[in-house]
Design a protein around this ligand. Structure first.
Ligand SMILES: [Zn+2]
Length: 532
């Protein structure tokens, strides 16, 4: 990612960005005017934005700072074609003047006007590798700009089911002149590689439910109407919302605290999912001022008892919902703990903001974002039965040496995740390349501590950290603020680890000042995980 605001431009503005002075509030801007201004800035500052004659832009998100500075996110098209990796964030001063631009595109688009291979050939190439079916969706001709040189390519969509029951919604990017697969990813974002748990993980919790006629529904009108359905072991269809006959407080009790086959016991994991969704909603609203996943007050919903012994959980943008398996019952219990629920919902937020592509280093950063906020929500919930920690899925894993899915303290403890950045990190599965950012977040928040096995990375990076450096943490609360601002204001779809370093440093300067201890700590923590 290139953060083209010129460090000075960011710096000058940063000092006043989040001043708490009430008079600094500039009120809601006229967004139409701000967007027009950002569009004209894209053209005027084409040296920064890499604008060209056949480029056009659609607004996808807007962020307003308390001093009136605006950050407007655009998708780019070229001759009417989507430019994958061409998205950018324009930063306007409160006056509308150009303040900077964030983008990952690194050179002007100069692609062939015609294709050498047909859409049919592209489908065959994709199908031979991934199978599935196109469901009648035609390949989209686009400009692929995630590599060094932008090129014409087909985005072939393939739908189907993976062997473990996870739905497949593949994007296979096929070069329109060489027929090579440039990149491929699954839009279904899974939480975990495996799962665990015994029953209700969070003890007795408060729920807000909905009374419809003479029936109680597991739906929360105070949080965008988020609700939970019983898939009854199916993997298709819409399921049925959980209900209890009755209208009284005495009747309004859900689950039994254990798993089982009675109607009451089947509601137990629904309670966990609904509770996790409520805490996630509250966290983003109260800590970051975000009104739901799409920031529009509309909630997602939960599908529990998804599939049979399905040992995973996933977010789907298509249904705007989360699906939770019951686990295999031996290694993993139902995958409905608070950290996993928040992890899944965060994928929805990432899609609507930086939209980090689920492949390579950007995919690792996407996964890490979900682990970071999954952990943040677990702490925020302050539940004594499932206390906050830097482990993912510790309530769900039932057996093994490490009773959790991932550790942010020492990611490599699982034998697969990376503690430290190295040049080919992006070839790891996204759930393991995320380790470096998870490790960064832990060190930034907590620092190195006696007795805690979170080491810095030695020179000559390897996957496992073995350094002896020391760092002082800036607190988890500040680290969360920095990551959220980087995600929503500076990162774009192809941001890599170098870009994440730049984005978080920019965010820390905005929030805490250009010479702040916090921005220096961000830089030091990235250096400590091998990404100087
Ligand atoms: Zn995930």
């Amino acid at each position: 990612m290139r953060a083209f605001s010129t460090p000075t431009a960011i710096a000058v503005a940063a000092a006043s960005v989040l001043s708490l002075c009430g008079s600094a509030w500039a009120g809601a801007p006229d967004w139409k005017k701000s967007e027009d201004r950002a569009r004209s800035n894209i053209k005027s500052f084409s040296g920064y934005t890499l604008n060209g004659a056949d480029h056009a832009y659609d607004v996808t998100d807007r962020v307003l700072d308390s001093d009136g500075v605006q950050h407007i996110r655009f998708n780019r098209t070229y001759r009417g074609m989507r430019v994958l990796g061409g998205d950018l964030v324009m930063h306007n001063e409160s006056s509308g003047n150009f303040r900077g631009a964030s983008l990952s595109l690194n050179r002007a688009i100069n692609v062939a006007r015609t294709t050498t291979i047909s859409a049919g050939t592209a489908i065959k190439v994709a199908f031979n590798t991934y199978r599935g079916s196109t469901n009648g969706v035609k390949p989209e001709l686009l400009v692929y700009a995630r590599g060094d040189i932008p090129a014409l390519a087909y985005d072939v969509r393939l739908f189907g089911m993976q062997p473990d029951g996870t739905p497949m919604e593949m994007h296979v990017i096929v070069d329109a002149s060489t027929a090579l697969i440039l990149e491929a990813w699954n839009d279904i974002h899974t939480a975990a590689l495996a799962g665990t748990g015994k029953s209700l993980y969070s003890g007795t919790v408060a729920l807000t439910t909905d009374l419809v006629g003479g029936t109680l529904n597991l739906r929360d009108p105070s949080r965008g109407n988020t609700y939970t359905v019983n898939m009854n072991n199916a993997t298709t269809g819409t399921g049925a919302i959980f209900t209890i006959p009755g209208t009284t407080t005495t009747a309004n009790v859900w689950g039994t605290g254990a798993i089982g086959i009675t109607a009451a016991a089947l509601r137990t994991v629904a309670v966990d999912a609904e509770y996790g969704a409520a805490k996630t909603w509250d966290y983003f609203k109260n800590v970051h001022g975000r009104n739901g996943i799409a920031n529009n007050g509309v909630a997602s919903y939960n599908q529990v008892h998804y599939g049979t012994k399905y040992a995973n959980a996933f977010w789907s943008d298509t249904c705007f919902c989360m699906s939770f398996g019951d686990g295999d019952g031996t290694i993993l219990g139902p995958l409905v703990s608070v950290d996993i629920t928040a992890h899944e919902m965060t994928h929805g937020i990432t899609t609507r903001t930086a939209n980090l592509i689920y492949s390579g280093e950007s995919g690792g950063l996407n996964e890490a974002t979900s682990d970071i906020f999954g952990t943040a929500v677990e702490y925020y919930a302050a539940n004594t039965t499932d206390a906050g920690d830097y482990l993912i899925g510790e309530k769900v894993v039932k057996t093994g040496t490490n009773k959790f899915l991932r550790s942010m303290i020492t990611p490599s403890i699982d034998g697969l995740s990376a503690d430290c950045w190295y040049s080919t990190l992006g070839s790891l599965d996204v759930h393991f390349s995320s380790g470096v950012a998870n490790h960064f977040f832990y060190l930034l928040a907590e620092g190195t501590k006696a007795g805690v096995p979170s080491k810095t990375c030695a020179t000559g990076n390897t996957r496992v950290a073995s350094g002896t450096g020391t760092l002082t943490g800036i607190t988890r609360a500040k680290a969360e603020k920095i990551w959220y601002r980087a995600l929503t204001v500076y990162m774009t779809s192809s941001t890599n680890y170098a870009g994440a370093r730049a984005a978080t440093i920019s965010a820390a300067k905005d929030l805490y000042g250009i010479t702040s201890v916090e921005q220096a700590a961000v830089a030091a923590a990235w250096t400590a995980v091998g990404r100087p």
